[in-house]
Design a protein around this ligand. Structure first.
Ligand code: ATP
Length: 276
């Protein structure tokens, strides 16, 4: 078999495809008086499991909204796969469907079934006539059934969303996002209010999907322990600023912004912070 020769200096395109999200010195506000986020720098490699943690009101959801084009920065630049996330940007409009966004509210249609909710993820792939009659082709229904099985909802496809448990609702929201065939998955506090076991089940489900589909998953959490357990990197946000970017290497927690720190120091710092 012919082997691909790697040169010492690979062409630019080979290097450049690694970073899927780049935020440089980004600030934004809702009311032009106070910054909800200030001078944020974030760089995320493709295929990474990235978490954002922080107290309530620190700016976590705002960060996700900037990544999916729901908000635009008042200062700084954002590139999602080298495209500016602005819904007025034609290139971004095209790629929007490859960003699976699960809001805190999950956004399910309560009176629709599990299958109907999940099929919504395929809506942009329908042609005009199919959309007019809301008629999904057989191959999309098959795909939805495959995803239903992957998220552990087989047998519940005809159940209305309002009849599901909290964990099941989250499985539907994940399945709907996966139905989009995304390259990026953004999930806002998807395991908050769930018990320990169900939280892990949901996180495992996302981790499996991430590996299977080579997704870049960016998830907002309250629980730093859970974030560190699953994520390659965790950004800690405090009052609109990124104060730490950490990850687990072996049995220590590394601070990628300021150098090494041990596990205890960071946990103490976070514990103190959450008491305030
Ligand atoms: N629609 C809005 N209009 C005005 N201010 C807003 C709006 N949404 C959020 N904010 C403000 O922006 C700041 C950041 O809010 P954000 O929702 O991003 O925080 P969060 O860390 O996700 O909080 P939580 O954990 O409670 O969801 C807060 O001060 C909040 O009050």
């Amino acid at each position: 078999m012919k082997q691909i020769q790697m040169t010492k200096n690979p062409p630019f395109s080979l290097i450049s495809t690694k970073k899927i999200i780049q935020m440089n010195d980004v600030s934004t506000s809702y009311d032009s008086k106070n910054f909800a986020l200030e001078n944020i720098n974030i760089s995320i490699d493709r295929g990474t499991n990235y978490s954002i943690v922080g107290q309530s009101g620190s700016g976590k959801s705002t960060l996700l909204k900037l990544m999916n084009g729901m908000m635009i920065p008042s200062k700084g630049t954002i590139r999602i796969d080298y495209v500016s996330p602005d819904i007025n940007n034609k290139k971004f409009k095209k790629m929007m469907h490859s960003i699976g966004y699960i809001p805190q509210s999950l956004g399910l249609v309560k009176n629709s079934t599990v299958l109907e909710n999940i099929l919504l993820g395929a809506l942009p792939r329908l042609n005009k006539i199919q959309s007019l009659f809301n008629k999904f082709p057989e191959h999309e229904i098959k795909e939805a059934m495959k995803i239903i099985s992957q998220v552990g909802l087989t047998g519940k496809e005809n159940r209305k969303a309002y009849m599901l448990s909290g964990g099941e609702k989250r499985r539907v929201a994940i399945a709907r996002a996966l139905m989009q065939k995304p390259t990026i998955l953004l999930a806002d506090e998807i395991v908050s209010e769930l018990d320990h076991v169900t939280s892990r089940e949901i996180m495992d489900l996302i981790a499996e999907a991430q590996k299977r589909m080579n997704l870049t998953a960016i998830m907002v959490h309250h629980d730093i322990q859970l974030a560190l357990e699953y994520a390659n990197r965790v950004a800690v946000i405090k009052e609109g600023q990124k104060i730490l970017e950490i990850g687990v290497e072996g049995d220590t927690i590394v601070d990628f912004q300021t150098g090494d720190m041990n596990n205890e120091e960071i946990m103490e710092m976070y514990a103190d912070d959450s008491k305030k």
